[in-house]
Design a protein around this ligand. Sequence first.
Ligand code: CA
Length: 521
Amino acid sequence: MSLNPSSPPDSPRSIRMHAADNVAIVVNDGGLPAGTVMPDGLTLVGRVPQGHKVALTAIAKDAAVLRYNVPIGYALKDIPAGAWVHERLLHMPDARTLDNLPKATAPAWNAEPLTGYTFEGYRNADGSVGTRNILAITTTVQCVAGVVDFAVQRIKEQLLPRYPNVDDVIGLEHSYGCGVAIDAPDAIIPIRTLRNISKNPNFGGEVMVVSLGCEKLQPERLLPPGSIPLQANEALDVVCLQADKHVGFMSMIDSVLASAVPHLERLNARRRETIPASELVVGVQCGGSDAFSGVTANPAVGYCTDLLVRAGATVMFSETTEVRDAIEQMTARATTPEIADAIAREMAWYDAYLGRGQADRSANTTPGNKAGGLSNIVEKAMGSIIKSGTAPISGVLSPGEKLQHKGLHYAATPASDFICGTLQLAAGMNLHVFTTGRGTPYGLAEVPVIKVATRTDLARRWHDLMDVNAGRIADGEATIEDTGWELFHLMLEVASGRKKTWAEHWKLHNSLVLFNPAPIT
Ligand code: CA
Protein backbone atom coordinates (compact mmCIF):
# COMPACT_ATOMS: atom_id res chain seq x y z
CA MET A 1 0.00 0.00 0.00
CA SER A 2 1.40 3.42 -0.84
CA LEU A 3 0.23 6.70 0.58
CA ASN A 4 1.88 10.00 1.31
CA PRO A 5 1.78 10.39 5.08
CA SER A 6 4.37 13.16 5.24
CA SER A 7 2.23 15.63 3.32
CA PRO A 8 0.11 18.22 5.23
CA PRO A 9 -3.41 17.01 6.08
CA ASP A 10 -5.21 19.22 3.54
CA SER A 11 -2.84 18.51 0.64
CA PRO A 12 -4.13 16.15 -2.08
CA ARG A 13 -3.77 12.54 -0.95
CA SER A 14 -4.48 9.17 -2.55
CA ILE A 15 -3.88 5.52 -1.67
CA ARG A 16 -2.83 2.78 -4.05
CA MET A 17 -3.19 -0.73 -2.61
CA HIS A 18 -0.68 -2.56 -4.83
CA ALA A 19 2.19 -1.47 -7.05
CA ALA A 20 0.49 -3.05 -10.07
CA ASP A 21 -2.78 -1.12 -9.57
CA ASN A 22 -3.82 1.42 -12.24
CA VAL A 23 -6.23 3.20 -9.87
CA ALA A 24 -5.85 4.80 -6.44
CA ILE A 25 -8.51 6.19 -4.12
CA VAL A 26 -8.77 9.81 -3.03
CA VAL A 27 -8.37 10.29 0.73
CA ASN A 28 -9.33 13.94 1.28
CA ASP A 29 -12.64 14.78 3.01
CA GLY A 30 -15.04 16.12 0.38
CA GLY A 31 -12.95 14.72 -2.48
CA LEU A 32 -10.75 16.73 -4.86
CA PRO A 33 -11.71 19.16 -7.66
CA ALA A 34 -10.69 19.03 -11.33
CA GLY A 35 -7.27 20.49 -11.92
CA THR A 36 -5.84 19.21 -8.62
CA VAL A 37 -2.21 18.20 -9.04
CA MET A 38 -1.40 15.08 -7.04
CA PRO A 39 2.03 14.73 -5.34
CA ASP A 40 3.21 12.40 -8.12
CA GLY A 41 2.32 15.04 -10.76
CA LEU A 42 -0.94 13.48 -11.94
CA THR A 43 -3.58 16.15 -12.72
CA LEU A 44 -7.23 15.32 -12.08
CA VAL A 45 -9.28 15.85 -15.24
CA GLY A 46 -12.56 15.94 -13.29
CA ARG A 47 -13.79 16.01 -9.70
CA VAL A 48 -13.14 12.79 -7.75
CA PRO A 49 -15.20 12.26 -4.56
CA GLN A 50 -13.60 10.98 -1.35
CA GLY A 51 -13.03 7.23 -1.40
CA HIS A 52 -13.47 7.06 -5.17
CA LYS A 53 -10.93 5.87 -7.70
CA VAL A 54 -8.76 7.98 -9.95
CA ALA A 55 -7.06 6.51 -13.04
CA LEU A 56 -3.29 6.64 -12.53
CA THR A 57 -2.64 5.96 -16.23
CA ALA A 58 -4.76 6.00 -19.36
CA ILE A 59 -6.93 2.85 -19.33
CA ALA A 60 -7.99 1.62 -22.77
CA LYS A 61 -11.49 0.30 -23.49
CA ASP A 62 -11.77 -3.38 -22.35
CA ALA A 63 -8.55 -3.16 -20.28
CA ALA A 64 -8.60 -4.40 -16.69
CA VAL A 65 -8.99 -1.90 -13.87
CA LEU A 66 -6.73 -3.23 -11.14
CA ARG A 67 -7.15 -2.63 -7.41
CA TYR A 68 -5.51 -4.96 -4.84
CA ASN A 69 -3.75 -6.30 -7.98
CA VAL A 70 -7.09 -7.87 -8.93
CA PRO A 71 -9.26 -6.97 -11.94
CA ILE A 72 -12.27 -5.33 -10.29
CA GLY A 73 -13.72 -4.58 -13.73
CA TYR A 74 -13.03 -3.88 -17.40
CA ALA A 75 -13.25 -0.39 -18.90
CA LEU A 76 -16.39 0.17 -20.96
CA LYS A 77 -14.61 3.00 -22.84
CA ASP A 78 -11.22 4.71 -22.91
CA ILE A 79 -10.51 6.35 -19.54
CA PRO A 80 -7.87 9.14 -19.48
CA ALA A 81 -5.28 9.41 -16.72
CA GLY A 82 -6.59 11.58 -13.88
CA ALA A 83 -10.26 10.69 -14.51
CA TRP A 84 -12.78 9.49 -11.95
CA VAL A 85 -13.24 5.72 -12.41
CA HIS A 86 -16.81 5.10 -11.23
CA GLU A 87 -19.02 2.03 -11.52
CA ARG A 88 -20.72 3.21 -14.72
CA LEU A 89 -17.38 2.96 -16.53
CA LEU A 90 -16.80 -0.66 -15.51
CA HIS A 91 -17.97 -4.05 -16.70
CA MET A 92 -17.87 -6.47 -13.74
CA PRO A 93 -15.95 -9.75 -14.13
CA ASP A 94 -17.98 -12.96 -14.00
CA ALA A 95 -17.83 -15.03 -10.82
CA ARG A 96 -15.10 -17.65 -10.84
CA THR A 97 -16.44 -21.16 -11.32
CA LEU A 98 -16.03 -23.55 -8.41
CA ASP A 99 -14.08 -26.06 -10.52
CA ASN A 100 -10.33 -26.63 -10.31
CA LEU A 101 -9.81 -24.52 -7.21
CA PRO A 102 -6.43 -24.62 -5.47
CA LYS A 103 -6.83 -26.71 -2.33
CA ALA A 104 -4.62 -26.18 0.73
CA THR A 105 -1.80 -24.93 -1.51
CA ALA A 106 -0.75 -21.83 0.46
CA PRO A 107 2.73 -21.91 2.00
CA ALA A 108 2.89 -22.98 5.65
CA TRP A 109 1.97 -20.21 8.10
CA ASN A 110 4.97 -19.76 10.36
CA ALA A 111 3.69 -17.03 12.67
CA GLU A 112 5.05 -17.19 16.20
CA PRO A 113 2.59 -18.23 18.90
CA LEU A 114 1.46 -15.29 21.03
CA THR A 115 1.49 -16.16 24.72
CA GLY A 116 0.80 -14.45 28.02
CA TYR A 117 -2.35 -12.52 27.14
CA THR A 118 -5.39 -13.02 29.34
CA PHE A 119 -8.77 -11.56 30.13
CA GLU A 120 -11.25 -11.89 33.00
CA GLY A 121 -14.16 -14.06 31.91
CA TYR A 122 -16.85 -16.44 33.13
CA ARG A 123 -15.86 -20.09 32.75
CA ASN A 124 -18.86 -22.31 31.94
CA ALA A 125 -19.42 -25.98 32.78
CA ASP A 126 -19.03 -26.95 29.10
CA GLY A 127 -15.59 -25.27 28.96
CA SER A 128 -16.75 -22.22 27.00
CA VAL A 129 -16.14 -18.74 28.42
CA GLY A 130 -18.54 -15.82 28.68
CA THR A 131 -17.62 -12.16 28.46
CA ARG A 132 -20.93 -11.04 29.98
CA ASN A 133 -23.36 -12.58 32.47
CA ILE A 134 -26.83 -12.49 30.94
CA LEU A 135 -30.15 -14.25 31.58
CA ALA A 136 -31.53 -15.03 28.13
CA ILE A 137 -35.13 -16.17 27.74
CA THR A 138 -35.48 -18.46 24.73
CA THR A 139 -38.73 -18.24 22.78
CA THR A 140 -40.21 -20.86 20.48
CA VAL A 141 -42.38 -18.50 18.44
CA GLN A 142 -42.90 -14.82 17.70
CA CYS A 143 -46.42 -14.99 19.23
CA VAL A 144 -44.94 -14.76 22.75
CA ALA A 145 -42.64 -11.82 22.02
CA GLY A 146 -44.86 -9.11 23.53
CA VAL A 147 -45.43 -11.11 26.72
CA VAL A 148 -41.71 -11.87 27.05
CA ASP A 149 -40.85 -8.22 26.53
CA PHE A 150 -43.29 -7.23 29.29
CA ALA A 151 -41.85 -9.92 31.58
CA VAL A 152 -38.27 -8.83 30.87
CA GLN A 153 -39.12 -5.28 31.94
CA ARG A 154 -40.68 -6.63 35.17
CA ILE A 155 -37.63 -8.82 35.84
CA LYS A 156 -35.35 -5.83 35.38
CA GLU A 157 -37.43 -3.69 37.74
CA GLN A 158 -38.33 -6.23 40.42
CA LEU A 159 -35.71 -9.02 40.39
CA LEU A 160 -32.47 -7.82 38.84
CA PRO A 161 -31.58 -5.39 41.70
CA ARG A 162 -31.31 -8.49 43.96
CA TYR A 163 -28.71 -10.10 41.65
CA PRO A 164 -25.95 -7.52 41.20
CA ASN A 165 -23.59 -9.88 39.35
CA VAL A 166 -26.07 -10.39 36.51
CA ASP A 167 -25.48 -7.87 33.73
CA ASP A 168 -28.78 -8.05 31.88
CA VAL A 169 -31.96 -9.94 31.07
CA ILE A 170 -32.98 -10.34 27.45
CA GLY A 171 -35.67 -12.08 25.43
CA LEU A 172 -34.40 -14.02 22.42
CA GLU A 173 -37.15 -12.77 20.17
CA HIS A 174 -37.43 -13.85 16.52
CA SER A 175 -39.93 -14.18 13.68
CA TYR A 176 -39.84 -17.99 13.40
CA GLY A 177 -41.78 -20.81 15.05
CA CYS A 178 -45.11 -21.03 13.24
CA GLY A 179 -46.53 -20.26 9.80
CA VAL A 180 -43.43 -21.93 8.35
CA ALA A 181 -42.73 -25.14 6.42
CA ILE A 182 -41.06 -26.67 9.43
CA ASP A 183 -40.32 -30.02 7.75
CA ALA A 184 -38.66 -28.46 4.70
CA PRO A 185 -34.98 -29.49 4.51
CA ASP A 186 -33.69 -25.94 4.94
CA ALA A 187 -35.79 -25.41 8.11
CA ILE A 188 -32.88 -26.98 9.95
CA ILE A 189 -31.06 -23.66 9.59
CA PRO A 190 -33.38 -21.42 11.65
CA ILE A 191 -34.09 -24.21 14.15
CA ARG A 192 -30.47 -25.03 14.91
CA THR A 193 -29.67 -21.31 14.99
CA LEU A 194 -32.19 -20.76 17.80
CA ARG A 195 -31.03 -23.91 19.61
CA ASN A 196 -27.38 -22.90 19.47
CA ILE A 197 -28.01 -19.26 20.43
CA SER A 198 -29.62 -20.47 23.67
CA LYS A 199 -26.23 -22.06 24.42
CA ASN A 200 -24.17 -18.93 23.79
CA PRO A 201 -21.35 -18.71 26.36
CA ASN A 202 -22.66 -15.40 27.72
CA PHE A 203 -25.79 -17.13 29.06
CA GLY A 204 -23.91 -19.39 31.47
CA GLY A 205 -25.67 -22.61 30.46
CA GLU A 206 -28.96 -21.33 31.92
CA VAL A 207 -31.81 -22.04 29.50
CA MET A 208 -35.42 -21.04 30.13
CA VAL A 209 -38.06 -21.16 27.42
CA VAL A 210 -41.34 -19.33 26.89
CA SER A 211 -43.69 -21.16 24.52
CA LEU A 212 -47.20 -20.36 23.28
CA GLY A 213 -48.41 -23.98 23.17
CA CYS A 214 -49.88 -24.53 19.71
CA GLU A 215 -46.85 -23.54 17.60
CA LYS A 216 -45.05 -25.81 15.15
CA LEU A 217 -41.69 -25.33 16.84
CA GLN A 218 -42.56 -27.14 20.08
CA PRO A 219 -40.03 -26.76 22.93
CA GLU A 220 -39.01 -30.45 22.61
CA ARG A 221 -38.30 -29.91 18.93
CA LEU A 222 -36.25 -26.79 19.58
CA LEU A 223 -34.31 -28.33 22.50
CA PRO A 224 -34.63 -32.14 22.35
CA PRO A 225 -33.33 -34.25 25.25
CA GLY A 226 -29.55 -34.17 25.34
CA SER A 227 -29.25 -30.94 23.37
CA ILE A 228 -28.58 -28.87 26.48
CA PRO A 229 -27.17 -29.84 29.87
CA LEU A 230 -29.83 -29.59 32.57
CA GLN A 231 -29.50 -29.26 36.32
CA ALA A 232 -29.76 -32.66 38.04
CA ASN A 233 -33.31 -34.07 37.98
CA GLU A 234 -34.67 -31.02 36.21
CA ALA A 235 -36.74 -31.06 33.05
CA LEU A 236 -36.41 -28.35 30.39
CA ASP A 237 -37.73 -25.15 31.99
CA VAL A 238 -40.71 -24.11 29.87
CA VAL A 239 -43.43 -21.58 30.58
CA CYS A 240 -46.37 -22.37 28.26
CA LEU A 241 -48.73 -19.43 27.93
CA GLN A 242 -51.69 -21.61 26.87
CA ALA A 243 -51.37 -23.85 29.97
CA ASP A 244 -54.68 -24.18 31.84
CA LYS A 245 -53.17 -22.73 34.99
CA HIS A 246 -52.81 -19.34 33.38
CA VAL A 247 -55.87 -17.24 34.12
CA GLY A 248 -55.30 -13.67 33.05
CA PHE A 249 -52.23 -11.98 31.64
CA MET A 250 -50.56 -11.33 34.99
CA SER A 251 -50.55 -15.04 35.80
CA MET A 252 -48.35 -15.57 32.73
CA ILE A 253 -46.01 -12.81 33.85
CA ASP A 254 -45.87 -14.29 37.35
CA SER A 255 -44.91 -17.68 35.86
CA VAL A 256 -42.07 -16.18 33.82
CA LEU A 257 -40.76 -14.28 36.87
CA ALA A 258 -40.95 -17.38 39.06
CA SER A 259 -39.05 -19.38 36.43
CA ALA A 260 -36.39 -16.71 36.19
CA VAL A 261 -35.48 -16.78 39.90
CA PRO A 262 -33.41 -20.01 40.07
CA HIS A 263 -31.58 -19.07 36.87
CA LEU A 264 -30.79 -15.61 38.25
CA GLU A 265 -29.54 -17.16 41.50
CA ARG A 266 -27.11 -19.43 39.65
CA LEU A 267 -25.97 -16.69 37.27
CA ASN A 268 -25.44 -14.35 40.22
CA ALA A 269 -23.00 -16.84 41.73
CA ARG A 270 -20.75 -16.69 38.65
CA ARG A 271 -17.46 -14.86 39.08
CA ARG A 272 -14.93 -13.65 36.56
CA GLU A 273 -11.61 -15.46 36.59
CA THR A 274 -8.37 -15.05 34.67
CA ILE A 275 -8.70 -16.78 31.31
CA PRO A 276 -6.15 -17.15 28.49
CA ALA A 277 -6.85 -15.11 25.37
CA SER A 278 -7.23 -18.44 23.54
CA GLU A 279 -10.80 -18.60 24.88
CA LEU A 280 -11.91 -15.55 22.91
CA VAL A 281 -14.37 -16.41 20.16
CA VAL A 282 -14.51 -13.39 17.90
CA GLY A 283 -16.92 -12.86 15.03
CA VAL A 284 -15.79 -10.23 12.53
CA GLN A 285 -18.00 -8.55 9.98
CA CYS A 286 -18.48 -5.25 8.19
CA GLY A 287 -21.49 -3.13 7.35
CA GLY A 288 -22.01 0.14 5.55
CA SER A 289 -18.69 -0.40 3.77
CA ASP A 290 -16.83 2.17 1.69
CA ALA A 291 -13.61 2.19 -0.31
CA PHE A 292 -11.66 2.79 2.91
CA SER A 293 -12.97 -0.42 4.47
CA GLY A 294 -10.38 -2.44 2.60
CA VAL A 295 -7.62 0.13 3.25
CA THR A 296 -7.89 0.93 6.95
CA ALA A 297 -10.40 -0.88 9.19
CA ASN A 298 -10.48 -4.31 7.55
CA PRO A 299 -6.68 -4.65 7.26
CA ALA A 300 -6.38 -3.62 10.94
CA VAL A 301 -9.00 -6.23 11.86
CA GLY A 302 -7.11 -8.75 9.69
CA TYR A 303 -3.88 -7.99 11.55
CA CYS A 304 -5.77 -8.48 14.82
CA THR A 305 -7.26 -11.75 13.49
CA ASP A 306 -3.72 -13.01 13.01
CA LEU A 307 -2.84 -11.94 16.58
CA LEU A 308 -5.87 -13.82 17.92
CA VAL A 309 -5.08 -16.97 15.94
CA ARG A 310 -1.46 -16.76 17.12
CA ALA A 311 -2.83 -16.55 20.68
CA GLY A 312 -4.80 -19.76 20.09
CA ALA A 313 -8.20 -18.04 19.91
CA THR A 314 -11.11 -18.56 17.53
CA VAL A 315 -12.06 -16.09 14.83
CA MET A 316 -14.96 -16.35 12.41
CA PHE A 317 -15.31 -14.41 9.19
CA SER A 318 -18.50 -14.73 7.20
CA GLU A 319 -20.61 -12.79 4.67
CA THR A 320 -20.59 -15.23 1.76
CA THR A 321 -21.40 -12.81 -1.07
CA GLU A 322 -18.59 -10.55 0.15
CA VAL A 323 -15.92 -13.24 0.00
CA ARG A 324 -17.21 -15.19 -3.03
CA ASP A 325 -14.80 -13.36 -5.33
CA ALA A 326 -11.89 -14.35 -3.06
CA ILE A 327 -12.70 -18.06 -3.30
CA GLU A 328 -9.29 -19.03 -4.68
CA GLN A 329 -7.51 -17.33 -1.80
CA MET A 330 -9.79 -19.09 0.67
CA THR A 331 -9.45 -22.61 -0.68
CA ALA A 332 -5.68 -22.14 -1.01
CA ARG A 333 -5.52 -21.10 2.67
CA ALA A 334 -7.56 -24.12 3.83
CA THR A 335 -5.59 -26.40 6.13
CA THR A 336 -6.70 -29.53 4.23
CA PRO A 337 -8.31 -30.37 0.88
CA GLU A 338 -11.42 -31.39 2.85
CA ILE A 339 -11.70 -27.90 4.36
CA ALA A 340 -11.24 -26.42 0.85
CA ASP A 341 -14.06 -28.67 -0.41
CA ALA A 342 -16.28 -27.52 2.47
CA ILE A 343 -15.63 -23.87 1.56
CA ALA A 344 -16.55 -24.56 -2.08
CA ARG A 345 -19.62 -26.52 -0.97
CA GLU A 346 -20.91 -23.54 1.05
CA MET A 347 -20.30 -21.21 -1.89
CA ALA A 348 -22.12 -23.58 -4.26
CA TRP A 349 -25.07 -23.80 -1.86
CA TYR A 350 -25.21 -19.99 -1.70
CA ASP A 351 -24.92 -19.60 -5.48
CA ALA A 352 -27.92 -21.95 -5.81
CA TYR A 353 -29.83 -20.12 -3.06
CA LEU A 354 -29.32 -16.78 -4.83
CA GLY A 355 -30.16 -18.43 -8.15
CA ARG A 356 -33.53 -19.63 -6.79
CA GLY A 357 -34.32 -15.96 -6.21
CA GLN A 358 -33.05 -15.03 -9.68
CA ALA A 359 -30.19 -13.03 -8.17
CA ASP A 360 -26.45 -13.38 -7.88
CA ARG A 361 -23.62 -11.91 -5.80
CA SER A 362 -23.96 -8.55 -7.58
CA ALA A 363 -27.19 -7.96 -5.62
CA ASN A 364 -25.00 -7.30 -2.58
CA THR A 365 -23.75 -3.75 -3.08
CA THR A 366 -25.85 -0.89 -1.70
CA PRO A 367 -26.32 2.72 -2.84
CA GLY A 368 -24.19 3.70 0.18
CA ASN A 369 -21.36 1.36 -0.86
CA LYS A 370 -21.33 2.95 -4.32
CA ALA A 371 -21.52 6.49 -2.93
CA GLY A 372 -18.55 5.51 -0.76
CA GLY A 373 -16.51 4.55 -3.80
CA LEU A 374 -17.06 0.79 -4.12
CA SER A 375 -17.90 0.15 -7.77
CA ASN A 376 -19.09 -3.44 -7.44
CA ILE A 377 -19.01 -6.63 -5.38
CA VAL A 378 -15.57 -7.66 -6.66
CA GLU A 379 -14.00 -4.48 -5.28
CA LYS A 380 -16.05 -4.82 -2.07
CA ALA A 381 -15.01 -8.47 -1.64
CA MET A 382 -11.30 -7.72 -2.01
CA GLY A 383 -11.66 -5.22 0.83
CA SER A 384 -13.84 -7.56 2.91
CA ILE A 385 -11.74 -10.75 2.86
CA ILE A 386 -8.83 -8.84 4.43
CA LYS A 387 -10.65 -9.13 7.77
CA SER A 388 -9.66 -12.80 7.75
CA GLY A 389 -5.96 -11.91 7.95
CA THR A 390 -3.40 -14.39 6.67
CA ALA A 391 -3.82 -17.44 8.94
CA PRO A 392 -4.83 -20.84 7.59
CA ILE A 393 -8.58 -21.54 7.50
CA SER A 394 -9.05 -24.55 9.75
CA GLY A 395 -12.82 -24.84 9.96
CA VAL A 396 -16.05 -24.23 8.04
CA LEU A 397 -19.52 -23.82 9.54
CA SER A 398 -22.81 -24.06 7.70
CA PRO A 399 -25.34 -21.40 8.75
CA GLY A 400 -26.46 -21.88 12.38
CA GLU A 401 -23.87 -24.53 13.27
CA LYS A 402 -21.85 -24.36 16.48
CA LEU A 403 -18.04 -24.20 16.58
CA GLN A 404 -16.29 -27.46 17.43
CA HIS A 405 -12.66 -26.31 17.68
CA LYS A 406 -10.44 -23.23 17.78
CA GLY A 407 -8.65 -21.36 14.98
CA LEU A 408 -9.77 -19.34 11.97
CA HIS A 409 -13.17 -20.38 10.61
CA TYR A 410 -15.22 -19.46 7.61
CA ALA A 411 -18.73 -19.36 9.09
CA ALA A 412 -20.94 -19.22 6.01
CA THR A 413 -23.64 -16.58 6.50
CA PRO A 414 -25.43 -13.94 4.49
CA ALA A 415 -23.74 -10.54 4.61
CA SER A 416 -26.83 -8.88 6.13
CA ASP A 417 -25.49 -7.40 9.37
CA PHE A 418 -28.22 -8.72 11.68
CA ILE A 419 -28.38 -12.17 10.08
CA CYS A 420 -24.60 -12.54 10.12
CA GLY A 421 -24.46 -11.40 13.76
CA THR A 422 -27.28 -13.80 14.71
CA LEU A 423 -25.54 -16.76 13.06
CA GLN A 424 -22.18 -15.90 14.65
CA LEU A 425 -23.97 -15.80 18.03
CA ALA A 426 -25.26 -19.30 17.33
CA ALA A 427 -21.73 -20.44 16.48
CA GLY A 428 -20.68 -19.37 19.99
CA MET A 429 -19.11 -15.93 19.59
CA ASN A 430 -18.35 -14.09 22.82
CA LEU A 431 -17.07 -10.86 21.22
CA HIS A 432 -18.01 -9.13 17.98
CA VAL A 433 -15.95 -6.74 15.84
CA PHE A 434 -17.75 -4.64 13.25
CA THR A 435 -16.15 -2.27 10.76
CA THR A 436 -18.05 0.52 9.03
CA GLY A 437 -17.26 3.28 6.59
CA ARG A 438 -20.62 4.87 5.89
CA GLY A 439 -21.55 4.48 9.59
CA THR A 440 -24.09 2.26 11.34
CA PRO A 441 -25.06 2.27 15.02
CA TYR A 442 -25.21 -1.57 14.99
CA GLY A 443 -25.18 -3.46 18.28
CA LEU A 444 -26.25 -6.77 19.81
CA ALA A 445 -27.77 -7.33 23.25
CA GLU A 446 -26.10 -10.74 23.58
CA VAL A 447 -22.39 -9.88 23.19
CA PRO A 448 -20.30 -6.69 23.15
CA VAL A 449 -19.83 -5.20 19.67
CA ILE A 450 -16.62 -3.22 19.07
CA LYS A 451 -17.13 -0.86 16.14
CA VAL A 452 -14.22 0.28 14.00
CA ALA A 453 -14.56 3.35 11.76
CA THR A 454 -12.77 3.32 8.40
CA ARG A 455 -12.46 7.12 8.18
CA THR A 456 -11.48 9.85 10.64
CA ASP A 457 -14.39 11.99 9.43
CA LEU A 458 -16.84 9.29 10.54
CA ALA A 459 -14.96 8.70 13.82
CA ARG A 460 -15.09 12.45 14.51
CA ARG A 461 -18.78 12.90 13.76
CA TRP A 462 -19.80 9.63 15.47
CA HIS A 463 -17.33 10.04 18.33
CA ASP A 464 -19.70 8.42 20.83
CA LEU A 465 -20.66 5.45 18.62
CA MET A 466 -17.32 4.32 17.16
CA ASP A 467 -14.88 2.50 19.46
CA VAL A 468 -11.76 2.55 17.25
CA ASN A 469 -10.70 5.03 14.54
CA ALA A 470 -8.85 3.11 11.82
CA GLY A 471 -9.05 6.24 9.65
CA ARG A 472 -5.79 7.28 11.29
CA ILE A 473 -4.14 4.77 8.96
CA ALA A 474 -5.23 6.78 5.90
CA ASP A 475 -4.25 9.99 7.70
CA GLY A 476 -0.71 8.64 8.07
CA GLU A 477 -0.95 8.87 11.88
CA ALA A 478 -1.01 5.14 12.67
CA THR A 479 -0.03 1.95 10.93
CA ILE A 480 -2.18 -1.09 10.27
CA GLU A 481 -0.08 -2.92 12.87
CA ASP A 482 -0.58 -0.17 15.51
CA THR A 483 -4.33 -0.20 14.97
CA GLY A 484 -4.47 -4.02 15.00
CA TRP A 485 -2.69 -4.08 18.37
CA GLU A 486 -4.94 -1.30 19.70
CA LEU A 487 -7.95 -3.40 18.77
CA PHE A 488 -6.43 -6.52 20.34
CA HIS A 489 -5.83 -4.76 23.67
CA LEU A 490 -9.30 -3.18 23.56
CA MET A 491 -10.81 -6.65 23.01
CA LEU A 492 -9.18 -7.94 26.21
CA GLU A 493 -10.50 -4.92 28.14
CA VAL A 494 -14.01 -5.25 26.75
CA ALA A 495 -14.06 -9.04 27.20
CA SER A 496 -13.06 -8.50 30.84
CA GLY A 497 -15.93 -6.09 31.44
CA ARG A 498 -13.46 -3.36 32.37
CA LYS A 499 -14.58 -1.33 29.36
CA LYS A 500 -17.97 -1.04 27.74
CA THR A 501 -18.43 -0.48 24.04
CA TRP A 502 -20.34 2.62 22.98
CA ALA A 503 -23.26 0.40 21.89
CA GLU A 504 -23.33 -1.05 25.42
CA HIS A 505 -23.06 2.42 26.96
CA TRP A 506 -26.15 3.61 25.09
CA LYS A 507 -27.85 0.16 25.26
CA LEU A 508 -28.16 0.09 21.47
CA HIS A 509 -28.94 -3.25 19.96
CA ASN A 510 -30.50 -4.71 16.87
CA SER A 511 -32.98 -7.58 16.73
CA LEU A 512 -31.97 -11.15 16.18
CA VAL A 513 -32.79 -11.94 12.55
CA LEU A 514 -32.90 -15.58 11.57
CA PHE A 515 -31.73 -16.88 8.22
CA ASN A 516 -34.68 -18.89 6.94
CA PRO A 517 -34.14 -20.10 3.38
CA ALA A 518 -37.13 -22.49 3.76
CA PRO A 519 -40.68 -21.67 2.65
CA ILE A 520 -43.22 -19.77 4.74
CA THR A 521 -46.77 -21.16 4.73
CA1 CA B 1 -22.40 -7.30 7.06
